[in-house]
Design a protein around this ligand. Structure first.
Ligand code: X8Z
Ligand code: ZN
Length: 621
């Protein structure tokens, strides 16, 4: 759905779009206003009869009103993210405040149609209005303004990377250390330093939770977490249970990987640093959040004759620029039959980190109008960022597909996991065969290269699964109060240990706020979407490979150049949010459920190998 209320500066970009005061009687409250003009009703003051026609009119007005503000609000956020100053923060906060007010009014107004019988589209669009907010403010101007200022400030604090005392860190540099250093104390230092930025967020975060919960209650949800879980075309509890079901399917694969990686890190760093019976210390996994482990590939790789392809090295050898990396990703989509991105994409996107100003470097993809698509990314010339570029372009191609076909409130993905899955589905087709085809490698490895290849992919994707699950388990707990304010950090690490088998490398306390060191927490981007995407992308890949006539193992399939697969994908993208996600999934794959068998099939040879390696090991933590 269009998520009209959210000030999401991440991707896909969906700002709030309602300018309230003047619009109230024109659109949001037009239905409520009409009866007072009715003479008969004035004489006989009965509750006005609300009809299905009123509902349709309400939706039409809302779509018009929201679409009018979309571009300009988006630009306020774009400028803030590309040029972070107190002034741009203030402008973005103001734009956000106006948009939130409007959207809250529309959501509240939509409730009056709750009990009448409506056609499918009107009902679905009213639901979109009610569920679109990420952080609803209560209908209180002062609190709306306060919420908006808090969210802009949290976002800027993360982007700037400075402590309260003015000591600043560059996340990109710390990330490089985590990815490349073998020196345990350097790793620890980088890990600890980044977490010095977030304690100052805690009080604001707490207040934000309070205000958003008030807003969510006004909309009829028990808390903001319940609102977030309600966006999946099924009861909120059933959604949470479904996530757990799928996690149950993939957990054995994750456990095997964790066990092997722990054993290898134990060999490298010794018992004092990595215990064989405890969770893995979080600073040793090659990533600031231990969410994806491809950077420690060399430490854990299968020792076959054929090493995995080092894409970072290949990009260097072939002297790829950042723009060429993006062109190559765009070319993949074009090979499937998608139109090229417009010239404005190349003119307006941010591809490299500017030297002279603060920007929000966390990658994002934006649609500012039906013709204006951009990404914002501080690209590094690495294999990792090559995948992220495909991820971002997946958002842009999805946005364009539905923007051109759907009404405003349907201009979104089937569910937010679908949006995150598209570019990643394409990235699964970056196989050795494909790399040879585009000239990035000279020789395609033989079948003995499969295990190393799968290990790399698993370190990227399988390692991510429990992280993708736990981030929102933490936020759901925070919003519901199950994780109380004096246990924010403890609650975070309890979940990290339970799901990931990863622990803090040094003692943490409640004066730390480690969740705030992860972009999506201060940025208020729901995170379950990435867990869903990790499952869905393999379901999509399996189907697209079938269409393209692939007969070999799933991990060797690339759909590069296959127009039939592209058409199938495009048909789903064009549906936007117009149908329940189960329908979109069925149209694409024939299945109506998330199903982890595709990811399990994909990694089956690796699972066998891991279990062989782990035979004599004591797994678990
Ligand atoms: O935030 C992102 C994308 C933008 S939607 C770069 N991702 C998550 C993350 O970085 O934590 C992609 C994978 C998970
Ligand atoms: Zn994304």
């Amino acid at each position: 759905m269009k998520t009209p209320l959210k000030l999401e500066k991440t991707d896909p970009f969906k700002p709030n779009l309602i300018r309230l005061a003047t619009v109230m009687c024109l659109s949001a409250l037009s239905i409520a206003c009409q009866p007072s003009q009715d003479k008969k009703q004035a004489a006989e003051p009965k509750a006005p009869v609300i009809t299905a026609a009123d509902a349709r009119q309400y939706v039409a007005n809302a779509e018009k009103s929201l679409s009018e503000d979309y571009e300009i609000t988006g630009k306020a956020f774009w400028v803030q993210a590309n040029f972070i100053t107190d002034d741009t923060n203030a402008l973005a906060a103001k734009a956000g405040e106006e948009a939130t007010k409007k959207s809250v009014q529309l959501a509240i107004g939509a409730q009056k149609f709750d009990t009448i019988k409506l056609d499918f589209d009107t009902r679905r669009k009213l639901d979109a209005l009610k569920q679109g907010l990420v952080l609803p403010a209560p209908s209180d101007d002062a609190k709306t303004a306060e919420l908006s200022k808090i969210t802009a400030k949290l976002d800027a604090t993360y982007a700037k990377g400075c402590t309260e005392n003015g000591e600043c860190f560059t996340l990109g540099k710390l990330t490089d250390t985590l990815a490349n250093s073998d020196d345990e104390s350097a790793l620890l230092n980088a890990w600890v330093n980044w977490r010095k930025v977030s304690p100052q967020m805690k009080t604001s975060y707490q207040r934000m939770v309070e205000i958003a919960n008030e807003g969510s209650k006004e909309l009829g949800y028990t808390d903001t977490g319940a609102l977030w879980r309600s966006k999946y075309d099924m009861p909120a509890d059933a959604f949470a249970a479904d996530m757990d079901r799928v996690w149950g399917q993939v957990k054995p694969l994750y456990d095997s990987l964790q066990c092997h990686v722990r054993a290898k890190l134990n060999q490298k760093y010794g018992d004092d640093v990595v215990s064989l019976s405890e969770p893995i210390p979080a600073h040793l996994l090659g990533n600031m959040w231990a969410q994806s482990w491809e950077n420690i590939y060399d430490d854990v790789a299968p020792k076959t004759e054929t090493p995995a392809i080092d894409l970072t090295e290949r990009l260097k050898v072939k002297q790829y620029s950042e723009i060429e990396m993006v062109r190559t990703a765009e070319n993949f989509f074009k090979s499937l039959g998608f139109d090229p991105l417009p010239d404005s994409f190349w003119e307006k996107s941010l591809f490299t980190k500017p030297k002279d100003r603060d920007v929000q470097c966390h990658a994002s993809a934006w649609d500012l109008s039906t013709t204006d698509y951009r990404i914002k990314m501080c690209i590094k010339k690495t294999g990792e960022d090559f995948s992220v570029i495909h991820h971002e372009l997946g958002h842009n191609f999805y946005q364009r597909a539905y923007n051109l076909k759907q009404d405003f409130l349907y201009r979104s993905s089937a569910n937010d996991g679908f949006h995150e899955a598209i570019g990643d589905t394409i990235a699964l087709s970056i196989t050795p065969k494909y790399l040879k085809e585009i000239g990035l490698i000279d020789e395609e490895p033989d079948a003995s290269g499969d295990l190393p290849f799968l290990m790399k992919k698993a370190l990227e994707g399988v390692s991510f699964l429990p992280f993708g699950l736990m981030v929102d388990k933490w936020r759901w707990g925070v919003f519901s109060g199950e994780i109380p304010t004096d246990q924010y950090n403890k609650g975070w690490w309890d979940l990290r240990e339970k799901y990931q088998g990863v622990k803090a490398p040094v003692e943490r306390s409640e004066s730390d706020f480690d969740p705030g060191a992860k972009y999506h927490v201060p940025g208020n981007t729901p995170y379950s979407r990435y867990f869903l995407a990790r499952i869905l992308q393999f379901q999509f890949h399996r189907e697209l490979c079938k269409i393209s006539g692939n007969e070999g193992p799933l991990h060797r399939c690339s759909i590069y150049g296959n127009k039939e697969a592209g058409a199938k994908l495009n048909a789903m993208l064009e549906m936007g949010a117009s149908k329940p996600w189960q329908d979109a999934l069925e149209a694409m794959t024939g299945q109506r459920e998330m199903d982890a068998t595709a990811i399990i099939d994909y990694f089956a040879p690796l699972k066998t190998w891991l279990d062989e390696q782990n035979k004599e090991r004591q797994c678990g933590w």
